[in-house]
Design a protein around this ligand. Structure first.
Ligand code: ATP
Length: 776
């Protein structure tokens, strides 16, 4: 086995920073407009990255109001001032809407306050209004300075010295209403809040056969409503961008009554607060309730989620997103020249990118204009590919044609779960079964993995229930004969495998067995589902986000458990086999001081340096340390060893506790991301199967080429089908990980944010590429 475990190019961030010193520069950071979870993570990253590069960083409290008022509203930040805020919702520096900043006079005062402190770099975290204000301020800057000099409020030479204001924006908004970025800071956390409520409501609604009308935020943008509807399989969703067709009242009632007739005990209707009809008239939750009550007589309740959606702790995704954006924002400020337009740091598919701020603002305003002018198709398109994709998938899954109206393909498609369970697998199965039935196939569910398959546990899949297909870790190799027999007996024309590395190996075995058993010459596709996120061919797998959130939440609790006690370091062991994804990303999301992983070998000198680093940190006001360790990162430096080492070396400075998180990482309710990812990727897999079967119809085709046995995965911005045969060379079979793993580029980020010196193994920038895809 010759895998290179020091993956990831070395040195690019270090090199970048050598040329980009922040010495002599001052950065002001403010949060403005509505608050959003994750803003604190962004503030923390800006402060720490700013200090890391040698700049001074100033908090500007209370948004633009603090900038206009000056005084104690603008305060220099130090490293410790952003400690323990990563897990806190809202914004510790306050946010406000400020009328004064809309006037030139107000902006003049703001400019004066900044110049007095030498601040010529501004990092604004807010919505499109806040970013528009920032851009205007930048444009007016030199004029404002001249006026201040003329009034004698600043020195004449200050006009030259502080001639340019650099502006970078980060979009903090739970609505995800900003064009140019796939995800804004706070959206994922808001979805967590919504799904928590939906799950809670579902249990009570089931008990009483109720209809629930759930109103979620989004005055102008239906993203939260749409994605929640997709995640919970809502019966109906109302969005501002895509109003229901004329006559929707009757259609909706027919659908609800059909669902009841099919013994569905609850109905969920999701409404965006800004939902409208095709005439731009509001569709309110009360109106919907009245309709259901008068037309159908159902017991119907309205729940308006309101500010709950802004509350609570930020999700792991938001913390990582905001941390990366904050670091990128500082680099953007350092790189800015007088000619660089104000930019916004945003997320495009799998990438973090910088875009011209005003172009994005313009596009955002164009969506509103399109809605005002009732050009709803344009509005959906302007929202972006991801929004459109979500809407199409929702429609496909929600609209069930009567059986006699679906042209039958006479094809049997089987779905199987393999390996350990991962949250979101059920969503994937549900979506596959529904899509398959809608495409006219007969959907078969295989129970108990390959073991069950060999024993003939094959049943008809039903579209309305979430199938709970037990998962097993038996490879098909020893049962090939039996499985081939079952394939023949049930005339299986295509196979969808949902699982992790075990499933991947299984797919390879089935593929290799094609020569001997022609039953396997059918289209076979696998969608990755494992908490470890170690399947070759995909940057993400179903279940990893849920596990990451569990780890992050648990780390928060563990850290909190020590409040009020003396200084303490926690050693936390995560799952993942040899794959360090959970330890690394969990470390980033929880603000760990170190995360030991197999992919980045470490020795006793690294351990020593980490212990010394923590000891130094503990001499400041910082009270707690967090160290994550991936379960298989080292044969000899075990969790016990590390615990004992830290305990011994920390004597007199801190004490130590260890926690092995274990199987709790595989449990819990699936996160919104995993539900949607599972739903969308499975739907894509079924489209592929349908297309293959369609192309082959009537010709009795045997599928023998490599491209008919694929892993469906996400790579950067794209959803791709990769032949399993080609993926072999990208696989480290001994350690059950892909040879290349994108997230290794994020390693230095955690170190920088944990206050390691510049010289300490800064191995890559990473923030120019990104984390989590939404546009399946
Ligand atoms: P949200 O999406 O939560 O509404 P937002 O940033 O769009 O956030 P706004 O209320 O539009 O929220 O803007 C916040 C603040 O930004 C305003 O109170 C004002 O101080 C400033 N601002 C907004 N638009 C402008 C503008 N055109 N010129 C100057 N300042 C502005």
């Amino acid at each position: 086995m010759d895998a290179d475990h020091s993956q990831g190019p070395k040195g690019s961030l270090r090199k970048l920073l050598e040329h980009l010193s922040g010495a002599g520069k001052a950065i002001g950071v403010l949060t403005s407009g509505g608050d959003a979870q994750g803003m604190n993570a962004a503030v923390r990253a800006v402060v720490r990255m700013g200090i890391y590069v040698g700049a001074k960083v100033y908090f500007i409290y209370e948004g633009y109001q603090g900038m206009v008022d000056g005084g104690s509203n603008i305060v220099e930040a130090d490293w410790e001032s952003v400690s323990s805020i990563l897990q806190v919702g809202g914004t510790i520096i306050g946010s406000a809407r400020c009328q004064a900043f809309r006037t030139r006079d107000g902006r003049l005062k703001a400019a004066c306050n900044l110049v007095q402190r030498g601040i010529t770099n501004l990092c604004v975290i807010g919505g499109d209004g806040s970013l528009t204000g920032a851009n205007l301020f930048r444009k007016e800057w030199s004029g404002l300075l001249e006026e201040l000099a003329k009034n004698g409020q600043i020195e004449k030479e200050a006009v030259q010295r502080y001639a340019h204001l650099n502006v970078v924006g980060m979009v903090g908004s739970i609505d995800n209403d900003f064009c140019g970025t796939d995800m804004t800071i706070g959206t994922d956390s808001a979805l967590h809040r919504i799904i928590e409520v939906v799950d809670a409501i579902m249990t009570t609604a089931q008990s009483h056969q109720r209809t629930f009308v759930l109103e979620v935020m989004g005055r102008h943008c239906g993203y939260l409503a749409l994605v929640s509807a997709l995640a919970c399989g809502a019966d109906w969703v109302f969005l501002p961008e895509s109003p229901p067709e004329e006559g929707w009242e009757e259609q909706m009632c027919v659908k609800l009554s059909e669902n009841r007739a099919r013994k569905k005990r609850l109905n969920i209707i999701i409404v965006a607060e800004g939902a409208i009809d095709t005439q731009n008239k509001p569709i309110t939750s009360e109106k919907i309730k009245d309709l259901v009550v008068t037309q159908l007589g159902y017991d119907t309740r309205v729940t308006i989620l309101g500010h709950v959606q802004r509350g609570g702790t930020p999700s792991a995704f938001d913390r990582i997103l905001a941390s990366r954006m904050g670091v990128e924002a500082v680099i953007a400020l350092l790189e800015a020249t007088p000619d660089t337009p104000a930019c916004v740091v945003s997320l495009s598919g799998n990438h973090a990118v910088r875009l011209p701020l005003m172009e994005c603002v313009q596009m955002t305003q164009d969506v509103q204009k399109a809605m005002d002018e009732r050009r709803f198709q344009d509005a959906v398109q302007l929202r972006g590919k991801s929004f459109e994709g979500n809407l199409n998938t929702y429609k496909r899954l929600a609209i069930k044609l009567p059986d006699d109206q679906i042209p039958k393909t006479n094809c049997n498609v089987a779905v199987i779960n393999v390996g350990a369970p991962a949250a979101g697998m059920n969503a994937a199965v549900r979506s596959a079964v529904r899509m398959g039935i809608a495409d006219g196939h007969r959907m078969l569910a295989i129970y108990d993995g390959f073991d069950g398959f060999a024993k003939g546990q094959v049943k008809l899949g039903v579209s309305d229930i979430i199938l709970n297909l037990a998962v097993f870790s038996v490879l098909p190799g020893k049962y090939l004969e039996e499985i081939a027999t079952q394939m023949r007996m049930h005339s299986i024309n295509a196979l969808l495998i949902i699982g992790g590395f075990e499933a991947y190996l299984g797919l390879l075995e089935l593929s290799a067995a094609r020569e001997k058993h022609e039953e396997f010459c059918v289209p076979m596709v696998m969608v990755p589902a494992t908490v470890s996120n170690n399947v070759p061919g995909s940057d993400f797998s179903i279940g990893a986000d849920t596990a990451l959130n569990t780890i992050t939440d648990t780390c928060d609790r563990i850290k909190q458990s020590a409040s009020g006690t003396k200084r303490r370091v926690f050693i936390i062991e995560t799952m993942g086999g040899y794959c360090g994804y959970l330890a690394n990303m969990g470390g980033l999301a929880a603000g760990a001081d170190a995360a030991y992983i197999f992919e980045e070998p470490f020795d006793i000198r690294d351990l020593q340096s980490n212990v010394e680093h923590l000891t130094e940190k503990m001499k400041t006001t910082i009270q707690r340390g967090l160290v994550l360790r991936n379960e298989s990162c080292s044969e000899n430096y075990t969790t016990d060893f590390i615990y004992q080492l830290y305990s011994e070396e920390g004597k007199g400075v801190f004490d130590c506790r260890k926690n092995v998180l274990g199987h709790m990482q595989q449990g819990g309710a699936p996160s919104p991301f995993d539900r949607n990812f599972g739903t969308k990727i499975s739907a894509r897999a079924m489209e592929w199967i349908t297309a293959k079967l369609k192309a082959a119809r009537g010709r009795g085709k045997k599928f023998t080429t490599d491209d008919s046995v694929c892993v469906l995965g996400i790579s950067k911005r794209n959803v791709i089908f990769q032949p399993v045969a080609e993926l072999k060379k990208e696989t480290d079979f001994e350690h059950r990980i892909p040879k290349e793993q994108w997230w290794l580029k994020l390693r230095p980020l955690m170190k920088i944010l944990a206050k390691y010196k510049a010289s300490y193994d800064v191995s890559d920038s990473g923030q120019l590429e990104h984390v989590q895809p939404w546009s399946v």
